[in-house]
Design a protein around this ligand. Sequence first.
Ligand SMILES: [Zn+2]
Length: 587
Amino acid sequence: MNPRIEGFATGLQLAFQGTVCEWLEKHVRLPHSARSVEFDRGMARFLNPILDACGDLNVRQIVVVAPTGGGKTTLLELLVPFVIAQAPGPMLIAGQTDETAKEWLESRLMPELEAIEPVRALFPKDRHAKRKTEILFPHMPLFVGGANWTNLQEKSMRYCYGDECWRWKRGMIGELKKRHHDRWNRLTILVSQGSDEDDDFHEAFVSGDQGEYGFACPDCRSWQGYRWSSVKYDEAKLPSGEWDWGTIARSVRYECVVCARAFPNTDATRRLLSDAAGYRPGNANAIEGNRSFRYPAMAVWWISWADLALEWIKAQDAKRAGDVLPLKQFIQKRLAGFWKDQEEAPHARLIGSAYSVLDYTDGQPWDGEFYRFLTVDKQRDHFWAVVRAWKADGSSRALWAGKLLTFESIRELQQRMKVKDGLTLLDAQYDTPLVYEQCARFGWTALHGSGEAGFKHYRKKGSPETRLYSTVHEARLGLGGACRYIFWANEGVKDKLSQLRSGQGHAWEVAHDIGDDYFAQIDSEVKREIVNKTTKAVAIRWVRIRPNHLWDCEAMQVAVAYMLRVLGAGAVESPSSLPASPILTAA
Ligand SMILES: [Zn+2]
């Protein structure tokens, strides 16, 4: 039945014409809130679009991945009174266990509902209609309980709300959704911290539009998703070798991925960023009516970035000692991310995006494109190459990947794909003189992957900065030619590539039909602990487990993106306030 008719049948006044948030602002008080008693839209902005989506009759499913301490319970406590007073229908709230659900209904929800005038007026007169696990309003029943077979059977619901689904047994989300009995106005809402990749909750999230929470930098106006990699700190240690927690905590800041402006870790700054924040969908192929939202703890202004940084450092220490659980918890509970068990840092299974290499066979531009690089890995008698287009905000799209046989075929690909000479880059680690000669001939740039952690860049003012790439060198060849070459830091660049591949960084797209070689080779390196035979020192290094040429080509792409500053500042140590100074001629 149409909700307005359902309401009409029970004599309910559904006259309110505004959004869910507007109604909440008018009527709701939150007696348990530590921050604000009245509902205030400026308080937890990441909840507003979710609440408004709950009032949209075109939406059938809402999935929210949220950090612990980030307002998950508040979301439910805001939604329930709205449903009761403005969009009624049978509602089932499935929490973790019957006990926790009962406790929540009694101690939190009931006092809240009784304090909201339009809801109190609707309370059943019969006191037996209020029980430990249900309230039978005259116009709708409200049930709460654990996510178990008993609670998820029989009843027919307009609203099914699943809470902390990461703990649910496989199949329970499906059971919950069956309770809708295919009502036209059904709404499933699933809210949880991050779970394991490929579980039911993750699948539900992926089926939606995957709204990612981000903000526009107050300085350069660039929109960016909140990223853990943007939280920077000084890795300070005491003379004893222990972490210097005080110094680390004081150094924590958040850095804009575009202009590298560092925002200090204060309540005021975190709120300032949150005031300019919102969701951007990350999946153009969402199932119609499925919305999904994800925000990490960095976006929750009342959570200090320093607390997060300390947790992160401890989790990294634990991982080095062989215990990966703290890192998993950090990713799921703090970053609201999905975890995949692996022998290396978590990364998502790479799936192609919804575009084709055929869209770019003649070098067609990508909308908003800023740079296009062709990177080439040289083997003994053939080459592997990747063409990738980059936007100024660091997002990128692979347009071509494959094998080539001669320098002339590299040239042919470069011209067909409309890549500039200087932005065609060849790995010169092997056959260096020959690669240099060909680079000089065509105006290409030579690259050398290096085991160095970084390279010093001297500035007019201040101390030198260490970056993931060297300054430009020039080799004079016989016959008057010259070749430009640059070193890049293997470990740091591959860490970044791994982050991009895992979906934890800027949008990093791969055409769905880019080819099997690509998908096989892009997963070709893992991080492993390597013991130095002489010094016995342990280091974590990227190690090849199968042919890795296209992975190397993508690493070179990342290195060049740093050089041209489409990917942050590429600084290894100190925060950078350098103006952009492209070191490659984009001629
Ligand atoms: Zn900025």
